[in-house]
Design a binder for this molecule. Structure first.
Ligand SMILES: Nc1ncnc2c1ncn2[C@@H]1O[C@H](COP(=O)(O)OP(=O)(O)OP(=O)(O)O)[C@@H](O)[C@H]1O
Length: 276
């Protein structure tokens, strides 16, 4: 029998959230205010999606959480500490971008090894090989370790990118529209695999998407953002058992949740300033 669980936002039993964003603003040097007074907690084990109109600051928020850009005002806490907490045991994060950004001249296994090469020079060779195999196996690409990226489909290249993120055994996975460029069939298949992966590895995941269906299928909680300036408008908790499968996608409950989210998105778009 398949194991199931429900995660209630804010009730996962951990004392501190994985991420705490406290009144974060972001004003870029050209004067664009990308984010205004964002407060957000991300709990251990959540699959949290960010959705909202173009330009509402989803990527900016994700990059701030990845510590790639700093807030202009406000604070971010990672595992209840500063940025120095990132990377230590139990506090690792990995980022998956929309573009798989593979090295075209290197085979799949070398592309996956990149994260380890950069961070762990001198790691034991057999350990590295085992970890590459395990990461590729998890995304269903164990047989393609010696292939070149040009020999793979778009969906397979994205799987390599996910394997590269998984090899360092992250505790927090940040994904910026990873499947946005894929056809719907491939995207649905990858969504299904991602649900299984995050469940098996007890990952905490932050996921940016434009797709209502994808957000409802994957998430335990969805943050709806509004633009001009970017801010949190509302949230929807998807209190459905994990790991989810095709039955959920075809259920009346799924259709109802998609309608609810669609309405919230429309309200968020209308809540933008007059220039929107
Ligand atoms: N480096 C930058 N310098 C100046 N403005 C920026 C920069 N990066 C983003 N912006 C602006 O900040 C706002 C938020 O951008 P961001 O990319 O975070 O939005 P988004 O919600 O991810 O958009 P999309 O859905 O189109 O990807 C936009 O107005 C954008 O033009």
């Amino acid at each position: 029998m398949t194991e199931t669980r429900r995660i209630e936002a804010g009730k996962t039993g951990t004392e501190h959230p994985v991420i705490q964003i406290l009144s974060a603003n972001k004003i870029f040097p050209n004067g664009t205010q990308a984010l205004d007074a964002v407060d957000l907690n991300v709990q251990q084990g959540e699959f949290l999606s960010l959705i909202g109109p173009s330009g509402c600051g989803k990527s900016t928020l994700l990059k701030m959480i990845a510590n790639l850009i700093e807030p202009t005002d406000g604070r971010i806490l990672w595992w209840n500490g500063g940025p120095e907490r990132i990377g230590s045991a139990g506090s690792r994060l990995a980022f998956v971008f929309q573009d798989p950004t593979l090295m075209p001249w290197a085979r799949v296994d070398a592309n996956v090894r990149l994260a380890l090469d950069l961070e762990r020079k001198g790691a034991d060779k057999s350990d590295v090989a085992a970890r590459i195999h395990a990461a590729l196996d998890q995304v269903g690409l164990a047989k393609f370790a010696r292939s070149y990226p040009r020999e793979l489909s778009g969906g397979m290249r994205m799987r390599v990118s996910i394997a590269r993120a998984l090899i360092d055994q992250p505790d927090l996975l940040l994904m910026d529209e990873p499947f946005g460029a894929l056809d719907e069939f491939t995207r649905n298949k990858l969504d299904l695999d991602l649900v299984r992966l995050s469940w098996e590895r007890r990952l905490t995941t932050l996921f940016v998407t434009h797709s209502i269906y994808e957000a409802v299928f994957l998430s335990t909680r969805i943050i709806v953002m509004a633009a001009n300036p970017g801010r949190i408008h509302s949230e929807l908790v998807i209190d459905e058992p994990q790991p989810r499968d095709e039955d959920f996608r075809g259920s009346p409950r799924f259709a109802q949740l998609c309608r609810d989210l669609s309405r919230m998105l429309t309200e968020a778009s209308h809540a933008g300033s007059p220039q929107s």
